[in-house]
Write a protein that binds this ligand. Structure first.
Ligand SMILES: *[C@@H]1O[C@H](CO)[C@@H](O)[C@H](O)[C@H]1NC(C)=O
Ligand SMILES: *[C@@H]1O[C@H](CO)[C@@H](O)[C@H](O)[C@H]1NC(C)=O
Length: 477
């Protein structure tokens, strides 16, 4: 339904016959939990139950944001967000998990499409554009000259950076910052339809470009029915104090859907269209980030090399199933210090990607059932609670002050062990329904996805030029 509506509105905006073919995804994120009071004992975490519930104050950041190319990362719905929070607009856990599933469905369909070289449109359950964006981690950048500050969702699972632009020919969704007006930026330029750049955007947007007058038209549709359509343009983007000239981005004049509140999206994917590739000569195709443990603290996103001794690297995967995302070779899972018995072919059959915009890690069914069994065994003394949406391993901790939970580690190619921080183990709406924040895929061939809840507080380094991704613990609070 929504896809039909979108096609009509694209036609309305641009005379070219411009079809949306494949679908990407959107970002969401459980606004996480306060995670400080967690002790480490051998193979177990001791978790203070009260610390699982989000705080309503922003704790001062302890990380250095003094570097030139470093941006502060906050959770969209938390007290550290640059925008005042309207309580009514904060999505429920059920909403967040449903939107997360829409993102994952679109990742799965994009993946099977690109593998099959299919060109047909994919129909996914569309939601009304009024569903509040659960797009979760945001950064502030300066756009144009003189620069205007805009908050953008950042996403390693997509490539084109885009913002809402005036005039909003069909529709713009409401955003907090004033909508960017390209005619007021002295450095703004349209990109022509005849340019090589325009001709090759399909690899980064999933759609062939259109043409309006002589200006290149891009369009991206995300898995939940939201979309952005507009002109391919270039302008100066200021990251912290670094001025980057002639960065190509989408100036979206018809945008509907999930990103309510934010000015747009910063695409950090591997395609040549992404800001990572466009700034290769300056930053060497390296970026790193740390997602804060809770909506009440701040993390960071840094462009360029960062010296950190403790980072351990695993190669980006050569498994073709993981294109066009950042693929990793997951080799095994440990629970409470014991390796789960999972055949290696389970992971090679699915392939695994890492994504900053998927909330909940998805595992192949055989891997998830082994994990769930081992986890349940270790928590057998605690009462169970009903499932929360896609999360089926839930506990009632309301009668406990603290609980003991087994540590979970993922092993990647190169013997890289990534221990999931205690804060990344659970999603809790209240202490009587605390759920393991990992889910199983329905098909063994669906991609595994290493999602953002399990990345919290880790330092992640994407060395795209070097073909590797690195992990260290304790990147931020
Ligand atoms: C960019 O192209 C569009 C469509 O042709 C046009 O309406 C707009 O004025 C152009 N902007 C600039 C700054 O050239
Ligand atoms: C805890 O949250 C769940 C899901 O949102 C809800 O069904 C339940 O009633 C809540 N329990 C309490 C004690 O608030």
């Amino acid at each position: 339904m929504a896809i039909i509506i979108c096609t009509i509105s694209f036609r309305f905006l641009f005379s070219s016959s411009f079809h949306i073919l494949s679908l990407l995804c959107v970002l969401n994120k459980v606004y996480a939990h306060e995670g400080r009071k967690m002790a480490e004992t051998g193979h177990h975490h001791t978790v203070t139950v009260g610390s699982l519930i989000p705080s309503s104050v922003c704790s001062p950041s302890t990380i250095g944001l003094d570097e030139k190319s470093t941006l502060k990362v906050t959770h969209k719905h938390g007290p550290c967000s640059p925008h005042k929070q309207d309580k009514a607009n904060i999505p429920s856990h059920e909403d967040i998990l449903r939107l997360d599933q829409a993102r994952v469905d679109s990742i799965q369909s994009k993946m099977s499409n690109s593998n099959a070289k299919a060109k047909d449109s994919v129909t996914l359950p569309a939601q009304s554009g009024s569903i509040i964006g659960s797009a979760n981690y945001i950064v502030t950048v300066g756009m144009g000259t003189p620069k205007k500050d805009l908050t953008l969702v950042f996403d390693t699972g997509s490539d084109l950076t885009w913002i809402q632009c005036q005039p909003c020919v069909v529709a713009c969704y409401p955003q907090v910052d004033p909508i960017f007006n390209p005619s007021k930026s002295t450095t703004y330029k349209n990109i022509s339809c005849n340019s090589d750049r325009c001709k090759s955007i399909a690899s980064g947007t999933g759609n062939e470009p259109g043409c309006s007058g002589t200006t290149c038209v891009y369009g991206i549709q995300y898995g939940d029915g939201s979309f952005t359509v507009g002109f391919l343009a270039k302008d100066t983007i200021t990251l912290s104090s670094d001025k980057l000239r002639e960065i190509e981005f989408g100036c979206g004049e018809n945008n509907q859907g999930l990103f309510v509140g934010q000015a747009g999206l910063m695409g950090l994917g591997p395609d040549k269209l992404s800001i990572v590739s466009q700034t290769a000569s300056k930053y060497g195709k390296i970026f790193s980030y740390c997602l804060p443990s809770s909506s009440s603290s701040a993390g960071r996103l840094t462009f360029g090399p960062k010296s950190s001794k403790s980072v351990k690297y695993t190669r980006l995967s050569a498994n073709p199933k993981t294109k066009p995302y950042y693929g990793l070779d997951l080799r095994g899972i440990y629970v409470g210090g014991k390796k789960l018995s999972i055949s290696p072919s389970v992971f090679t059959t699915s392939g695994t990607i890492i994504d900053s915009g998927t909330v909940i890690t998805r595992l192949p069914p055989a891997a998830y059932s082994a994990l769930k069994a081992a986890f349940k065994k270790k928590l057998s003394q605690y009462p169970r609670a009903p499932a929360l949406s896609i999360l089926d391993t839930c506990y009632d901790f309301s009668k406990y002050r603290s609980v003991s939970v087994p540590k979970i580690s993922f092993f990647f190619r190169g013997s890289v062990q990534v221990r999931i921080p205690a804060i990344g183990l659970f999603v809790a709406s209240n202490t009587s329904q605390v759920c393991l924040a990992i889910a199983g895929n329905s098909s063994p061939t669906d991609l595994g996805i290493y999602g953002n809840t399990q990345q919290l507080t880790l330092q992640l380094v994407y060395d795209v030029a070097g073909g590797k991704v690195g992990f260290a613990s304790g990147g931020c609070n």
